[in-house]
Design a protein around this ligand. Structure first.
Ligand code: SAH
Length: 352
């Protein structure tokens, strides 16, 4: 298989151009074109011979949009195809302050959380830095944007996969997407969500990037958390909180806990009290989400009334918390659901 151009940093693009014996300004041209979502064959400002040379070494379109589904609320869900035939998904959420794109970092996931559709078939493979970035380049272009006038203003690493289980590629992606000569999305506008891989969280903190950290907590009690998140057998809530505090020390940025409300499991008074005990003195925010029911998983969402009651308990306890409005629920919004439906429709049941 050929290489992926979008994997290159600006420095690596400069080195490539120099190795080709081309003028240095070509590096900027190539990098800008690639970050604008152009494929090599569309980089018409390059000479024909340079394009041909690039195409000998690099794949033309490593990430293609296979399907777009638009929700009534404006949310757009994308299904992308990769060169090896794998499919991944992403979402573009439209807000008054800008558009947030949710990207995938792996094909599948090996964390196997009890409520999540992404882990139903385990991990297929990691995405390269360029495959993660290309999702954004393609969608930004699809929205009719340019590098100067971006339509993707914020990015969340909350699609399929566990970003910190693909550490090197994700960190390379974070550096490339922030490159001055490229799409240059500020780290402050990027959120990385993890189920709590403690050593990698600490490593990430030490990178010194100003990104926002989200942690999928879903239960404050270790014993209960282990029932829904296998990773909790490896790292305790207390270790996670330590890593979060370390991240805050390094970035000065408040962190977020994702908390998907599952009926009768984690929406109790005891859970709210424990969250308050653990978090009220910490620089954090709790993001409540009503579980998006995945039929293969069998867990039920908390009722709206109980979700609001839970929110109120947290707020009364002094926590900063919000209940996320349900977006894109009519288009299989939950992680991995669209991809699974596509695979089932086209290749038969894979989750049976
Ligand atoms: N692996 C990372 C990021 C991907 S999932 C992580 O675990 O954080 C993004 C968020 O959606 C996580 O908080 C995850 O726990 C949550 N999630 C997954 N499936 C869900 C579902 N069916 N309903 C509600 N939230 C879900």
């Amino acid at each position: 298989m050929k290489k992926i151009l979008q994997d290159l940093s600006f420095k690596e693009t400069e080195e490539l151009v120099s190795a080709y014996g081309e003028k240095p300004y070509r590096a900027k041209q190539i990098f800008r074109a690639m970050h604008s979502g152009a494929e090599i064959s569309e980089m018409t400002e390059l000479s024909k011979s340079l394009r041909a040379r690039l195409l000998e070494e690099f794949e033309d379109a490593p990430v293609k949009i296979l399907q777009t589904v638009r929700s009534k609320d404006g949310t757009e869900k994308y299904l992308f195809s990769l060169l090896d035939g794998n499919v991944i998904e992403g979402v573009l959420m439209k807000y008054s302050y800008g558009n947030t794109q949710c990207v995938s970092t792996q094909v599948g996931c090996r964390m196997n959380c009890a409520f999540c559709a992404s882990g139903l078939n385990g991990l297929v493979r990691n995405l390269s830095a360029g495959e993660i970035a290309a999702q954004i380049f393609r969608v930004n272009r699809e929205q009719g944007a340019s590098l100067e006038n971006r339509k993707v203003t914020n990015v969340v690493l909350m699609g399929s996969g566990e970003p910190l289980d693909n550490y090197d590629n994700v960190v390379k992606f974070l550096r490339n997407i922030n490159a001055e000569n490229g799409i240059n999305i500020s780290h402050r506008n990027i959120s990385l969500s993890t189920c709590g891989l403690v050593p990698e969280m600490k490593r990430l903190a030490a990178e010194g990037m100003q990104i926002n950290l989200s942690v999928s907590l879903h239960n404050p009690f270790d014993v209960e958390r282990r029932k829904i998140m296998p990773i909790a057998k490896k790292y305790t809530v207390s270790e996670i909180l330590g890593a979060c505090d370390f991240m805050f020390e390094k970035t000065g940025r408040r962190y977020i806990f994702e908390y998907s409300l599952i009926r009768g499991e984690n929406d109790t008074r005891a859970c709210a009290d424990e969250l308050i005990r653990l978090l009220s003195s910490r620089p954090c925010h709790v993001n409540l989400i009503r579980l998006n029911e995945v039929k293969e998983r069998g867990l039920k969402a908390t009722s709206d009334a109980s979700a609001y009651a839970f929110l109120e308990m947290l707020e009364k306890g002094g926590l900063s918390a919000t209940l996320r409005r349900r977006i894109g629920a009519d288009i299989d919004g939950a992680c991995g659901q669209l991809r699974n439906r596509y695979i089932n429709d086209n290749f038969g049941e894979v989750n049976g």
